[in-house]
Design a protein around this ligand. Structure first.
Ligand code: ADE
Length: 225
């Protein structure tokens, strides 16, 4: 899978993709991430990519030309399956959306800044708008990093059996059950007996029941879906 990211702050995206599972996905050749500096397509020699908004009001808006030129240039080599704008007014990211996007071959993520991007780019180019939650970040970069992480770990071959994404919270609209490791007795607090039983059926049933209980307590909305 290939993911291109368009940003005015490429530095913000260096670290998130250089460690752990996403690093491994890149090293295995399962995921290619390319970060592009939008200023390459600035409208003048001063590197301008934003301007005041029509109608007045505080805050700059990202201009349409640099974005359109960037998207036209980048999509010439390999057309995008989805052009995604990271924005707090997009649909809220969940596991289902991450699953869907992990099946695509070639994505472009656009990171907004200031007041956001000119509406015409959203109408003419963007195919999907995604928010990572009901709060406003200072730019779309951290949201893009979250989305790439959520997608990247789902690509076949990235996780091994033990860490398989199939057992994650949310995969079947249930939260994950509690987990324990050694020691079996930590300051008098003991690991549930059943997990030491060695009986896979009983352990599976117990985990499912714990998942249900946790979901009922913490996220009853998931059970309604
Ligand atoms: N840009 C700013 N805030 C955001 C959010 N919550 N989700 C996605 N992109 C954003």
């Amino acid at each position: 899978m290939k993911i291109d990211i368009l940003t005015v702050l490429p530095e913000l995206l260096e670290s998130p993709f250089s460690h752990s599972i996403i690093k491994r996905a890149k090293e295995k050749g399962l995921l290619e991430i390319r970060v592009h500096h939008l200023r390459q397509w600035a409208v003048n020699e001063y590197g301008q990519i934003d301007d005041y908004q029509y109608g007045g009001g505080a805050g700059m808006v990202m201009m349409p030309e640099p974005l359109a030129n960037a998207i036209d240039t980048l999509s010439k080599d390999n057309p995008y399956d989805q052009i995604i704008y990271m924005t707090p007014d997009g649909e809220r990211l969940n596991q289902q959306i991450a699953n869907q996007l992990s099946l695509q071959g070639n994505l472009l993520l656009i990171c907004g800044h200031y007041k956001g991007i000119d509406q015409r780019i959203r109408e003419l180019y963007v195919t999907r708008e995604i928010s990572i939650g009901d709060y406003v970040l200072s730019g779309g970069e951290l949201a893009a990093a979250v989305l790439v992480d959520a997608i990247g770990r789902l690509l076949p071959g990235v996780l091994n059996d033990e860490t398989s994404a199939l057992f994650d919270s949310f995969q079947d609209n249930l939260l994950a059950p509690p987990v324990y490791t050694r020691p079996a007795d930590f300051r008098g607090s003991k690991v549930p007996e059943i997990l030491l039983s060695g009986d896979p059926k009983k352990i599976g049933d117990w985990r499912h029941e714990q998942s249900l209980r946790r979901t009922e307590e913490r996220r009853p909305d998931l059970l309604d879906e």
